[in-house]
Design a protein around this ligand. Structure first.
Ligand code: ATP
Ligand code: MG
Length: 433
């Protein structure tokens, strides 16, 4: 009997539940970058154990694209440094060395010990472990506690190591704390937020006991380093279905710790899949000051905050009141060409009436090349100053604005001679006053 027939019979017996699921299971991943293969091989040839761990085995089994590859090894960081010629020692304190192979950066981490080895607080005190099982026990959820070992470099065949039932949970589509959920959340309360985030990104449910414990550790989670919170919240909001994550955050009592008031989650789901758009869709029901405070507290970047605040600030505008072509141009000019598409997207997510009409009107006005800013006018500040003579100063800006308003009403006026004529009539009128 050949090895394939034997594997087939064993798998049949397992599927009939005659044999229990083995902790090690033959598995060939759908894809494996050359760099990762070479890292595994180099470590193995130097006499160490090496596994692909965390997100990659999970995503292979889920049939999802893999974000990044992490390797766990029995080699200690100093030994990893000796084995590879090019390493980036960033993260050495946490047992991590980044190995660069064929322009791919792969994080290689010594087997960790202790449940909180992955939380910043536990890194210094926890040493390294000798076994992959212990390393996997230090991870958050069973679906992330699966490792893969390569056995044949050519065919890419190998074994999955799954001591905590991760494969079964992937089949069930559920997140479950490794061994004991309460212990996992006590070790690192950020895992409460990670559970909400991963449920959203992977479209999964949270197992009942794990969910119960999430509520118990929500307060502690809100006290975690704000940088870690921001990263997970961002990933949650950028998920294909953020509603799953937001509902969980609300259920466990975390949402109100981050944001005072939130819009119905469906709006967030319908908004463009980008962080500022999703944040604006969640928070536009608050006043601008409140949103600004929340974003600052959570340390969102300046670029993200600027766009969110601009969207919230303009969220009072209703498309149905913008009827005339001149009003459409004034709308674009007021909101700004860089923000208008995002605002229309938010309006559409809110299902405001007449958004489609406004969108196509905006598109045709933009395509017509009409000016929307003072800088687009056919004359500039120097001409206005000349016309004003010694009476320049702050009035120059005001006059340019006035000219822009006239041009927005009637774009054909954006000709040098027309504007100079308008300017002279405006300055004489000002003089008379
Ligand atoms: P993504 O696909 O978004 O990268 P991921 O599961 O790979 O998701 P990472 O943040 O890249 O998430 O972490 C890689 C792995 O490290 C996880 O799969 C998990 O095994 C482990 N891990 C990360 N953070 C923690 C934590 N706070 N507690 C326990 N394990 C963690
Ligand atoms: Mg990852």
């Amino acid at each position: 009997m050949g090895p394939n027939t034997l594997t087939f019979i064993l798998q049949l017996l397992i599927s009939w539940k005659v044999l229990p699921e083995p902790v090690r299971r033959a598995y060939t991943p759908p894809s494996l970058p050359d760099g990762v293969k070479r890292v595994l091989l180099t470590l193995q040839e130097a006499g160490y154990e090496a596994y692909v761990v965390g997100g990659a085995p999970r995503d292979w089994l889920l049939g999802r694209p893999v974000n990044d590859y992490d390797v766990a090894t029995s080699a200690k960081p100093e030994e990893v440094k000796e084995v590879f010629s090019r390493v980036i020692p960033v993260g050495l304190d946490h047992g991590t060395v980044t190995v660069v192979f064929a322009n791919t950066a792969i994080e290689v981490t010594a087997f960790r010990r202790g449940g909180n080895a992955l939380s910043p607080a536990g890194r210094e005190s926890d040493g390294y472990s000798d076994t992959i099982e212990e390393d996997l026990a230090a991870r958050d959820f069973t679906i992330n506690a699966i490792a893969w070992q390569m056995s044949d470099e050519k065919s890419g065949a190998g074994f999955l190591v799954d001591p905590y039932g991760g494969i079964e949970d992937i089949g069930e589509g559920q997140l479950r704390g490794v061994v004991n959920a309460a212990h996992r959340f006590r070790e690192d309360p950020l895992r409460v937020l990670r559970a909400c985030r991963q449920a959203a990104t992977l479209d999964m449910q949270v197992e009942a006991q794990t969910l119960e414990e999430m509520a118990n550790f929500a307060d502690d989670c809100a006290l975690c380093a704000v940088e870690r919170i921001m990263v997970e919240l961002s990933k949650l909001l950028e998920a294909a279905n953020p509603t799953i994550g937001l509902e969980l955050l609300e259920k466990v009592g975390l949402l109100k710790k981050f944001f005072p008031k939130t819009a119905p989650f469906e709006i967030c789901l319908k908004a463009k899949r980008a962080l500022p758009n999703r944040l604006a869709a969640l928070l536009f029901v608050n006043d601008v000051k409140t949103v600004e405070k929340s974003l600052k507290k959570l340390k969102f970047s300046k670029a993200v905050a600027t766009l969110v605040l601009s969207l919230v600030n303009h969220s009072q505008i209703t498309p149905s009141t913008i009827e005339r072509a001149a009003d459409v141009r004034r709308f674009v000019s007021h909101v700004g060409e860089d923000v208008v598409a995002e605002l229309l997207d938010l309006m559409a997510a809110r299902e405001l009436s007449d958004v489609e009409t406004l969108s196509s009107a905006v598109a045709s006005e933009r395509a017509s090349g009409c000016p929307f800013t003072v800088a687009d006018l056919a004359i500039g500040g120097s001409e206005v100053m000349k016309a004003l003579g010694s009476r320049g100063g702050p009035r120059v800006g005001a006059i340019l604005k006035e000219l822009l308003d006239r041009v927005l009403e009637e774009p054909r006026l954006n000709e040098r001679n027309e504007l100079l004529e308008l300017l002279s009539s405006m300055t004489t009128t000002t003089e008379k006053c």
